[in-house]
Write a protein that binds this ligand. Structure first.
Ligand code: SAH
Length: 334
């Protein structure tokens, strides 16, 4: 099913597009469920069914092991349309490129902790965001979930608070639970008129694709600045990813950051001599240091001369006193 601009559809067109009025609860066509590298086609079918039960339509599959598949069709029951319209992508980046909010699901906490939502909080964010944005909820492989790199492409993580002894749900069961929470929140919002920050933000959120381009640009510049060494990365890029996902950039903020990076690149390509106040300050501090060294050298020479010429002890004491004063001055940073 193509993305629909709900604001431009009237009720008749909604019907024609196969959407019922209750689907207005939330922008169902703005929410997509993404399954990454699914091994068992039965899970794809069962997820399609769960989605249809909960009024969702968009299924995206990233590099599934077996698809299309008779097993998936069998498990989908009356949700065949969802399977038929599923988009298959080579990478997760491609699947979320058009999304302004990406939520990753995970049964366990990871090395670099990310902002974690409960299923209820996640549903609220998704429904509110889907009024204006495209949103993706990402599910991982049956055996090992999502990789750290994949989880780091997400703004938030959601963890279903399952029993600690065995917290890993079946993939389609986890998808059903999240889809159910989304519907439940949408139903509970009916008739409510509360506004939250996200509802009236003036600028569109940056999409997954724009974020990827930004991170690539940022990394290139950090390498050129010798701030980042790709051979010894020490999780720098992961931590920056987490920082920017927490902030959640809109497109204007993203353009400002890209502009700053481009300017930095320009100045790296065209190094300019330091001028103005900075240059004068550097010069004068250099001058002071040189003068102090020269004075010390002169005094040592005077002392040696005085000693050699057997000049009076008084003169030598005078010179020593003078040198002592200077040493103090230097220590006090004068
Ligand atoms: N062993 C894997 C779990 C894979 S289960 C791991 O430790 O991550 C397959 C997928 O179902 C997960 O990638 C996730 O998308 C979803 N899932 C299973 N249990 C979950 C839970 N408790 N919370 C959130 N998502 C869960």
């Amino acid at each position: 099913m193509p993305w629909l601009n709900r604001a431009e559809l009237n009720k008749a067109e909604l019907k024609e597009a196969g959407l019922k009025e209750t689907d207005e609860l939330f922008k169902v066509d703005h929410i997509k469920i993404v399954l990454v590298n699914t091994t068992h086609p039965g899970n794809i079918g069962a997820t399609a069914r769960a989605m249809k039960n909960m009024g969702l339509f968009h299924l995206a599959l990233v590099d599934p092991l077996e698809f299309p598949s008779g097993v998936a069709v069998g498990r989908a029951a009356s949700a065949l349309d969802i399977l038929e319209n599923a988009n298959v992508h080579a990478t997760l980046q491609e699947a979320i490129a058009d999304c302004g909010l990406v939520i990753g699901t995970s049964a366990r906490s990871r090395k670099i902790p990310w902002p974690v939502l409960s299923p209820e909080e996640c549903a609220e964010k998704i429904v509110r965001d889907s009024d204006r944005n495209r949103v993706a909820v990402v599910f991982g492989r049956e055996d090992r979930g999502l990789t750290n790199e994949e989880l780091q492409l997400c703004h938030y993580h959601v963890q279903i608070p399952a029993a600690e002894q065995y917290s890993s749900l079946n993939l389609a069961a986890a998808a059903l639970l999240i889809c159910y929470e989304i519907r439940r929140y949408a139903l509970s919002r009916l008739g409510q008129d509360s506004q939250q920050e996200d509802d009236y933000w003036d600028i569109e959120w940056a999409t997954g694709e724009q974020l990827e381009q930004f991170f690539e640009h940022l990394e290139t510049v950090l390498v050129r600045l010798d701030f980042h060494n790709p051979e010894n990365p020490r999780q720098l890029m992961q931590r920056l990813r987490r920082l920017y996902s927490r902030v959640r950039l809109d497109t204007m903020e993203m353009n400002i950051l890209r502009g700053i990076l481009t300017h930095m690149e320009f100045h790296l390509d065209n190094p300019q001599p330091v001028t103005g106040r900075t240059a004068r300050r550097r010069e004068s501090s250099n001058d002071k240091a040189i003068q102090a060294k020269q004075k010390k050298r002169r005094q040592r020479k005077d002392f040696d001369e005085a000693a050699q010429n057997k000049r009076s002890l008084d003169t030598m004491v005078e010179i020593l006193k003078e040198a002592g004063k200077m040493g103090e001055q230097e220590e006090n940073g004068e």
